[in-house]
Design a protein around this ligand. Sequence first.
Ligand code: DGL
Length: 278
Amino acid sequence: MQKGPIGVFDSGFGGLTILDAFIQELPDKQFYYLGDNARAPYGSRSFEVIHQYTLEALNFLFTAGCPLVILACNTASAKALRTIQQRDIPKYWPKRNVLGVIRPTTEQIGLWTKTRRVGILGTSGTVKSDSYKIEIEKFFPDITVYQQACPMLVPLIENQETHSKAMQLFIKQYTDALFQFDANIDTVVLACTHYPLIESQIIQQIGARARVISQGILVAKALKAYLQRHLETDALCNKDLYHRYFTTEDKELFNSMASYFLNRKVQGEHVQLNSNFH
Ligand code: DGL
């Protein structure tokens, strides 16, 4: 198999927060980013739809030459990753691999909480899947997990409403609801890759009540460790500093928003995913 870039996939702009951490932690690796912005948000969609959209994204990134793809999306990781790893990868792409963002986050959560009460903020899909609860229980059975779905946050972020009054209102509503479950929560996980884009507003609302954990650096360190353990996969990853950004939306729209979120110029390329793939 030929060498290729590492693929990073999200429904929209959120995965850029993970990509940023990858570039910092693995500065010699090449990455291809794909945002399915035209169909974002995924958060409230059914298993079938998220699975199909994720398959189409994987088909694009694997065809573009990626030996490994990271689902930089909690919703896709929660809903589709297991089926994809167990059924679709062996069937369609037996030589390639796909990883998610939930496990690298949950396996470290025990390090931060003293009260052993952890809050999860995520999309409706992530919360309904109970993936965080199940995974944290595996590693730390003494931790109680409380989850709050925040269905309005991703649509507001995708529409560049990061600093609007509406955003403030919804962050307050969701964080207050989380602490109503248990005032002793001392650690809150931003379990959606979009939320680091509004991290300062969330921290402001939560105040001294809890520490807020973003996934980027955790996932990046886990990927680095994975590549150190899997030298055969590492050998397939291109060393090149030229990253590419693909979007299913209009590329100018993507460029202006991605550049705004990343604080640097991004040149996106428009792509059409093969919706007949299944
Ligand atoms: N960034 C995705 C996640 O981590 C957002 C999901 C959505 O599109 O609603 O869950």
